[in-house]
Design a binder for this molecule. Structure first.
Ligand code: SF4
Length: 143
């Protein structure tokens, strides 16, 4: 997860990655100013990355700083939870829309059996529940 440390003006922000501590200056993509200024996503998804936006019309998620996104996002893509297996290797990602992106069969099965059908409107409670399920199954989870 990225936290805005400083608003540097003119759509520039200094962000810090909560996990790595890495700081990056990002700039809102010029074609995404309107999308970025719409903050309504945080009503339903307060835990979302400050630069993630969801366009209901096209039903698509966007990174509004795609052109200057931090290194970790370039390496791992956009994620809400990054899941590592017992060997520290990436097993999958849970995305902002609560779906799993993974090629790991065991993780996919666990997600389908215990996570996919969770009915929990509160993002923070959903995250806590999912973290607990994944950690009990031996995964390391970065948020
Ligand atoms: S790729 Fe995702 S996590 Fe990274 S800055 Fe963009 S919206 Fe945020």
């Amino acid at each position: 997860m990225h936290i805005i440390q400083e608003n540097c003006g003119e759509y520039r922000y200094l962000v810090r990655n909560q996990y790595t501590g890495e700081k990056t200056e990002v700039i809102i993509d010029p074609d995404k100013y309107d999308l970025f200024l719409d903050q309504s996503i945080f009503i339903t998804r307060p835990e979302a990355c400050p630069f993630f936006r969801f366009d209901e019309l096209s039903a698509k998620g966007y990174c509004t700083v795609h052109l200057t996104r931090p290194e970790i996002c370039r390496d791992y893509g956009c994620w809400r939870m990054l899941i590592l297996d017992a060997g520290g290797k990436r097993a999958g990602r849970i995305m902002c829309q609560r779906h799993l992106a993974s090629d790991d069969e065991q993780l996919t099965r666990l997600f389908e059996e215990q996570i996919n059908d969770l009915v929990e409107p509160d993002d923070a409670i959903w995250d806590e529940t999912v973290l607990s399920i994944l950690r009990q199954a031996g995964y390391t989870v970065l948020t």
